[in-house]
Design a protein around this ligand. Structure first.
Ligand code: ADP
Ligand code: MG
Length: 289
């Protein structure tokens, strides 16, 4: 006769509820039967229960983090053809997917390139890999986030809205340079970049090189300050390839595309040079607010 009938199973269930050990509550009876049958030492039985509780807890946490990440479905590393973007090192991407190092430092990752080149796919795939490693990620279209933050600002809750984003080790801002100034006032984006600087990471995808980000921010000085902060600790991928869909529709051909000319430090100077030209525009813009 085994020992199980000698304890009050119902009371044990209540205690395990109270202790918030749902997995042990679920499995202990089967494990106890097996332990009794096979003569496990008590310590092995206890360790087995603890291990299962922890493993299940991890699984549930990752499931929650996946749900909250809002990643586009089906964009994984497994189905990303690295040979279509020969300028990107798969080994470097894999290293980024571990998250250690850059996410701890609040460093950024920026993906540039023309539409269809796989920026969104790669960003989502990296996000997914990071969630699977236990990091917290939020994927959002930049315009959606700008709208949310603007609403928060109107309600005098911008700071707390940004503080809520702090729980995400990585914020993926897809289609960054799609924002146009007349769409809305985007200084909230600048505030977000400043708030996360050297603390929490951003992954930005953009069709436009830095030189054209003057369309994103209310004035060139803000563009310059934003770019400065973003690139201070950043990895930059230039995915200057033809649209993947178009290419796969045509006969298969891969190439290195245009040489990387987007993101040299010169870009910062270009923005500075453009500043005078844009001053008039900028002050118009400021007057609107
Ligand atoms: P972008 O964000 O640069 O405009 P997307 O990531 O949306 O491009 O890519 C367009 C489509 O092509 C998507 O369906 C994406 O999954 C697919 N795609 C792009 N690049 C690759 C790639 N290297 N391997 C597999 N699929 C790709
Ligand atoms: Mg995209």
């Amino acid at each position: 006769m085994n020992a199980t009938p000698m304890i009050d199973a119902q009371r044990l269930s209540l205690m395990l509820n109270e202790l918030r050990l749902p997995t042990i509550k679920h499995i202990w009876a089967d494990f106890a039967a097996q332990a009794d049958k096979e003569g496990w030492p008590a310590s092995r039985f206890l360790a087995a229960l603890a291990e299962h509780e922890l493993a299940e807890r991890d699984r549930r946490r990752i499931e929650r983090h996946l749900a909250e990440a809002h990643l586009p479905a089906g964009k994984t590393l497994d189905c990303f053809a690295f040979d279509a973007v020969p300028m990107i090192s798969k080994a470097q991407v894999m290293a980024l997917c571990a998250g250690d190092g850059w996410l701890e430092q609040g460093a950024n990752l920026i993906l540039f390139g023309p539409p269809g080149g796989g920026k969104t796919h790669l960003a989502a795939a990296i996000g997914l890999a990071l969630v699977e490693r236990g990091w917290r990620v939020l994927f959002t279209r930049t315009s959606d986030l700008v709208q949310r933050l603007q609403v928060a600002r109107r309600e005098l809750a911008l700071e707390s809205a940004m503080a809520k984003l702090d729980k995400y080790h990585l914020l993926v801002l897809d289609d960054f340079a799609y924002i146009s100034r007349d769409q809305a006032e985007t200084s909230v984006l600048f505030e977000l970049i400043s708030a996360r600087y050297e603390r929490r990471s951003l992954l930005i995808t953009a069709n436009q090189p830095f030189g054209e980000w003057n369309r994103v921010f209310p004035d060139p000085a803000m563009t310059l300050a934003a770019v400065d902060r973003l690139v201070h600790h950043a990895t930059i991928f230039e995915m200057n390839v033809e649209s993947y869909r178009r290419r796969t529709a045509q006969a298969r051909r891969t190439g290195a595309g245009r040489p990387a000319a987007y993101t040299t430090p010169k870009v910062l100077e270009t923005i500075r040079d453009n500043q005078d030209e844009n001053d008039e525009l900028a002050s118009d813009n400021l007057n609107r607010h």
